[in-house]
Write a protein that binds this ligand. Structure first.
Ligand SMILES: Cc1cc2nc3c(=O)[nH]c(=O)nc-3n(C[C@H](O)[C@H](O)[C@H](O)COP(=O)(O)O)c2cc1C
Length: 196
């Protein structure tokens, strides 16, 4: 699988880190090669939320470098994830604003009918965001809000982050154990709920 991972300037750099850590460790075993692109704000948010700058064994492209292979449909990339995806990046993608490499690469994914996953992080959601979400969903993208789940009993922030990234990896068809899967109520929680 040839994968593009784009990181934009929404809060949620730990989601990007978790995905990139997984790909660095397990990607080769699954035949995944990744190309990275960070928006300018993504680097600032990464420094704020994690510290320093991202270091990975993948090629990192400038967000203004339209010579990247995945800026063209002929390069046959399989999938792209924008994680986290800012409301701005969502809106640019929704309306085909290929003004940066992230926007162009997403535009290519949609026109080539390839997998595009947008891990949107914004709250509250305005009508503009809702319409942009509808537009990208209609065009074939997956919008996966960065909304962690609790039913697997995460104990740490890292495990909570894992509940989001696990589902992103699911969309990419990459087996992972970043969260405990739902297998039904545990015997304890299956006890009758007390009336209140
Ligand atoms: C610390 C920090 C946190 C931010 N969090 C969000 C967020 O959660 N969602 C969002 O849409 N924008 C957020 N922003 C604003 C975006 O960075 C801003 O809209 C920027 O233009 C997005 O650019 P990009 O899409 O090119 O990365 C945040 C900015 C900073 C500095």
């Amino acid at each position: 699988m040839k994968l593009v991972v784009a990181v934009s300037g929404a809060s949620g750099a730990p989601y990007a880190r978790k995905l990139l850590d997984f790909l660095a460790e397990h990607g080769p075993r699954h035949g995944v090669s990744a190309d990275l692109v960070f928006t300018t704000t993504a680097k600032q948010v990464w420094a704020q939320e994690i510290g320093g700058s991202p270091k990975y064994p993948f090629k990192i492209w400038s967000n203004q470098d339209f010579t990247a292979p995945f800026a063209s449909g002929s390069s046959m990339y399989d999938a792209m994830v924008v994680i986290p995806c800012s409301a701005g990046a969502l809106s640019r993608i929704a309306y085909g604003m290929s003004v940066d490499l992230v926007g162009r690469a997403a535009d290519v994914m949609l026109k080539e009918r390839r997998r595009l996953v947008l891990v949107l992080r914004e709250t509250p959601i305005s009508l503009i965001h809702a319409r942009a979400m509808t537009q990208v969903i209609e065009a074939g993208a997956f919008v996966m809000p960065a909304s962690p789940s609790f039913y697997s009993g995460p104990k740490t922030i890292d495990e909570l982050v894992g509940t989001v990234v696990a589902r992103v990896l699911d969309r990419l068809g990459l087996p992972n154990e970043l969260m405990q899967r739902w297998t039904g109520l545990s015997p304890k929680s299956a006890e009758p709920v007390e009336e209140i």
